[in-house]
Design a protein around this ligand. Structure first.
Ligand SMILES: NC(=O)C1=CN([C@@H]2O[C@H](COP(=O)(O)OP(=O)(O)OC[C@H]3O[C@@H](n4cnc5c(N)ncnc54)[C@H](OP(=O)(O)O)[C@@H]3O)[C@@H](O)[C@H]2O)C=CC1
Ligand SMILES: O=C1O[C@H](COP(=O)(O)O)[C@@H](O)[C@H](O)[C@H]1O
Length: 581
């Protein structure tokens, strides 16, 4: 038995942020098309039945209009629901969110705080219930106590926030159960029903658990706790497998109980403000799109670094390594958004189609275009920082990379020959995630004498700093004011903290809200996942089969020097470590 089909599994994206779920929350600004209002009765009748039958596999209602045009209406839209006569008044439905693995680190650190932030800003539906589910024995009060320790008042730092927290915590409950027990999920179902009070019930199961138990949970929840009259969605946390085969097996397992539209695979980097802004920057600014190709761009750098090691997560990390942990997902997703062609619309499927195309156009990764590293112990100012292998959960002879750099090439007309350099590492000197776009030298530059021989110092560079301290800045050359002719480099800087004093929501807030609303744009589709693993699996296998030893780098350093040689091979300097910074 599969989960009951979502009533309105799909929603279209609009340029302006629009927040409407499948019949829930605030309504999207979706007006019934004018052509519909004057449509003949038979057309309306057919649309009505399509909207009513909006199942997991039907993402849009489509009809040919009398003048031969194609009318498509997202089945989640108000227009579709209005046509179908589906009532969606807030009084009549509930959303229940079950955090499976509620006793764990991610639930405490990210999921409950994000849910509270959504509640605090009034983004959760009127009737919602949150359940924590895990094996640990806990009462509702103990769950609330645990959760309360990690909630923060992002919006309202005054007394009011305390009240809001209390109200939120009253809507949080706990159910202890095994992950493979249908009976335990049936007991959860009973409790959920009590809270839903006979209303139309929509349910989300957030799998915040190790991946080896995903299928058990999906099976039990599907058989015993799926909504019978609304939609049921499952949010899945990475890792989605550790290579092509295991990922495909996981997808097959999930699809025994779910259809693709019910699966929301999280890559939380897609929920980061500046990653979401990437398409806006490209496609809404005339000045950038014409430059976005091999003609003007010399190289693109995608950089992720953390100033702490794998402390506490060594057991997990040693089975994955930095390529699987960060490159195959977060950095590749950013690359895809950066390099894709213009999508036909902002609809989730159109965007994901373009992302898949560009990932599939990347040339196979060559071992000689990859550098791996592992951090070693380092003493600084009297403090000794541990080596990766000092972690007791990591084998002392582990070859797992905690750092990797790679040069990728996209085999298409736009990007032919442009190196896309990725670099990701733990225990480095700083925490940052950024995209650096280095432009070509100015041909026949009149001012080259003023720059000396190092023309790189004079190239324009666009930096999109995803975190911390979000910013987008463009390095330009300008004259130093005065009577002489001396040149300088300056940044045209959109510094978010200065421009937008309001705190930026955490990625998990955006993604949870999207999942509630049925917006799939920021979630990974199964063919995207397949193409990402197709790209990285041969390289990962080669590294493992050849037992390639990582270059050791001191904890807190800038990483292995091999990364500089790799960049130099393509005539590139890393923008974050050279004198240009
Ligand atoms: N923590 C993070 O920062 C990130 C985590 N993730 C992913 O999110 C998911 C959850 O992460 P996290 O909270 O750190 O994970 P945890 O290891 O803390 O596990 C979550 C809960 O699952 C249960 N659990 C743990 N191990 C097992 C096991 N072997 N068998 C059965 N149940 C188990 C435990 O609950 P109980 O014993 O009470 O049943 C635990 O509290 C994982 O898939 C992780 O890879 C992804 C990105 C970042
Ligand atoms: O997915 C992961 O991301 C975190 C980094 O996330 P951020 O939002 O704090 O930048 C990383 O530490 C972790 O290893 C990885 O699994």
């Amino acid at each position: 038995m599969a989960f009951s089909s979502p009533k309105c599994p799909h929603s279209s994206s609009h340029f302006a942020p629009s927040r409407a779920p499948c019949g829930n929350l605030r309504d999207r600004a979706f007006a019934a098309p004018a052509s519909l209002q004057s449509s003949p009765k038979h057309l309306l009748t057919r649309l009505t039945s399509q909207c009513k039958a909006a199942t997991a596999s039907t993402t849009t209602a489509k009809e040919t209009t009398p003048n031969g045009g194609l009318l498509t209406i997202p089945s989640s839209s108000k227009a579709c629901r209005d046509i179908a006569g589906i009532s969606t008044r807030e009084e009549e439905y509930t959303v229940s969110i079950t955090v499976v693995g509620a006793s764990g680190d991610l639930a405490k650190k990210k999921i409950f705080p994000a849910l509270f932030a959504l509640y605090d800003e009034g983004s959760l539906p009127k009737h919602f219930t949150i359940f924590g589910y895990a094996r640990s024995k806990m009462t509702d009060a103990e769950l609330r106590n645990m959760v309360s320790k990690t909630l923060t008042c992002r919006l309202d730092k005054r007394e009011n926030c305390g009240e809001k927290m209390d109200q939120f915590l009253k809507r949080c409950f706990y159910h202890s159960g095994q992950y493979n027990s249908e009976q335990n999920f049936a007991d959860l179902d009973k409790k959920l029903k009590e809270h839903e009070g006979g209303k139309l019930s929509n349910r989300i199961f957030y799998l915040s658990i190790p991946p080896n138990i995903f299928i058990d949970v999906v099976k039990c929840a599907s058989k015993s706790a799926s909504s019978t009259n609304g939609w049921t969605r499952v949010i899945v946390e990475k890792p989605f497998g550790r290579d092509y085969e295991s990922s495909a097996a996981l997808t097959r397992g999930l699809k025994e109980y779910l259809v693709e539209d019910q699966i929301f695979r999280i890559d939380h980097y897609l929920g980061k403000e500046l990653v979401e802004n990437l398409s806006v920057l490209r496609f809404s600014n005339l000045v950038f799109e014409p430059l976005w190709s091999r003609q003007y761009i010399r190289n693109v750098q995608l950089i992720f670094s953390e100033e702490f090691g794998t402390e506490g997560r060594g057991g997990y990390f040693d089975n994955y390594g930095i390529i699987r942990d960060v490159m195959q997902n977060h950095l590749l997703q950013i690359l895809a958004l950066f390099a894709m062609e213009t999508p036909a619309s902002l609809d989730a499927e159109d965007i994901r189609n373009e992302k898949v195309k560009v990932i599939r156009s990347i040339k196979p990764l060559q071992l000689e275009n990859v550098v791996i590293g592992q951090y070693k112990s380092h003493k600084k100012r009297g403090i000794t920082y541990p080596a990766y292998t000092d972690d007791r959960t990591v084998p002392s002879d582990s070859l797992t990379p905690t750092f990797a750099a790679a040069a990728l090439f996209i085999d298409n007309a736009r990007w032919d020959g442009v190196p896309f350099l990725m670099k990701a590492g733990k225990a480095l000197h700083t925490r940052r995630a950024e995209i650096r776009v280095q432009f070509r030298h100015v041909p026949g530059n009149l001012y080259k004498r003023s720059f000396g021989t190092d023309l790189d110092r004079a190239t324009n560079e666009l930096v999109i700093r995803v975190q911390p301290d979000e910013a987008i800045y463009l390095r330009i050359n300008n004259k130093i004011p005065g009577l002489g002719m001396r040149l300088d480099h300056s940044d045209l800087n959109l510094h978010y903290a200065a421009r937008y004093p309001k705190e930026i929501p955490d990625a998990y807030e955006r993604l949870l809200l999207d999942a509630i609303e049925g917006e799939r744009r920021l979630f990974i589709r199964s063919d995207e996942l397949d193409s990402a693993w197709e790209l990285f699996t041969p390289l990962l296998k080669e590294l493992e089969e050849k037992k390639v030893a990582p270059e050791l780098y001191p904890y807190g350093s800038r990483g292995p020097v091999g990364a500089h040689y790799l960049a130099a091979k393509y005539n590139v300097r890393w923008g974050d470590t050279n004198a240009l910074e």
